[in-house]
Design a protein around this ligand. Structure first.
Ligand code: 13P
Ligand code: ZN
Ligand code: NA
Length: 283
């Protein structure tokens, strides 16, 4: 059955690679991710945002993930991504989810700590791992003044305090990535990441990896990132392939026909990203 992200991220930290966390939405996208991971013998994290969990059904999604673990001999985690709702997190834990993110990064520091601590206290009783975010990931493209810009990046000293007080299992850092693609070339603050990694022992997580050049992802992993979150770069090829299929076959109505090219296109990128993270052969 599904595992927490504890062992896989500690192994990634020790052996200096990252476990990719791919956002999935339904049976087909889970199939793509686990098939690619199994072929490359990679540990894998299936990430589901609260809206995905609600769309698919929390029990359905858990069952699908558990079937995948029975089929393939690799560690598979199902991770509740970016949940801001403590009660919803607890419900998922009660159902059997083993990895969650409490995202209180929009709250002031003390409030973030309070919420995260509540989730950790609950989760750890059930062997569930908890990820939390300090700083705030954004899509800001404006010419922000340095102070303002710094205020959304993760403060290394604050992060030490945050990790010590909350007892989280992994920390999502804000070092210049943003969710979705980028209008301007993203510039990552590697000095900041290096400093955070020097000060903090637990695994570090990079959100918003879509649109980040491969060399920057690799450098982030060298500097301590052990989990790389990827969503947009999988959704786009999937939907483009489906659109193209319908352009060429407007009369088609069989989901097995029109979804298969989407799956194939997504799988290609999934394989590339697993290799980029260096998790192939590490299961
Ligand atoms: P991207 O869509 O930029 O890949 O971000 C994914 C993410 O951080 C999911 O939590
Ligand atoms: Zn994210
Ligand atoms: Na991104």
């Amino acid at each position: 059955s599904i595992v927490s992200t504890k062992e896989m991220l500690l192994d990634a930290k020790k052996r200096k690679y990252a476990v990719p966390a791919f956002n999935i939405h339904n049976l087909e996208t889970v199939q793509v991710v686990v098939e690619a991971a199994a072929e490359l013998y990679s540990p894998i994290i299936l990430a589901a945002t609260p809206s995905t969990v609600k769309y698919a059904g929390p029990d359905y999604l858990l069952a699908i993930a558990n079937v995948a673990t029975a089929r393939y001999n690799i560690p598979i985690a199902l991770h509740l991504d970016h949940s801001e709702d403590i009660d919803y997190i607890k419900q998922c834990i009660d159902l059997g989810y083993k990895s969650v993110m409490i995202d209180a990064s929009h709250d002031p520091f003390e409030e973030n700590i309070r919420k995260v601590s509540e989730v950790v206290d609950y989760a750890h009783r059930f062997g569930v791992t908890v990820e939390a975010e300090l700083g705030r990931l954004g899509g800001q493209e404006d010419d922000l003044v340095v102070d303002e810009k710094n205020s959304i990046f993760t403060d290394p000293e604050k992060a030490v305090e945050f990790v010590e007080i909350t007892n989280i299992d992994s920390l999502a850092v804000a070092i210049g990535t943003a969710h979705g693609l980028y209008k301007d070339k993203p510039k990552l603050d590697f000095d900041r990441l290096e400093r955070i990694n020097q000060l903090i022992d637990i695994p570090l997580v990079l959100h918003g990896a879509s649109g980040i050049p491969d060399k920057d992802v690799r450098r982030s992993i060298e500097l301590g990132i052990t989990k790389v979150n990827i969503a947009t770069e999988l959704k786009i090829p999937f939907s483009n392939a489906v659109k193209q299929f319908f352009n060429e076959h407007p009369e088609e109505s069989d989901p097995r026909k029109y979804l298969t090219p989407g799956k194939d296109a997504m799988k290609k990128v999934t394989i590339e990203k697993i290799k980029l993270c260096g998790s192939d052969g590490k299961a």
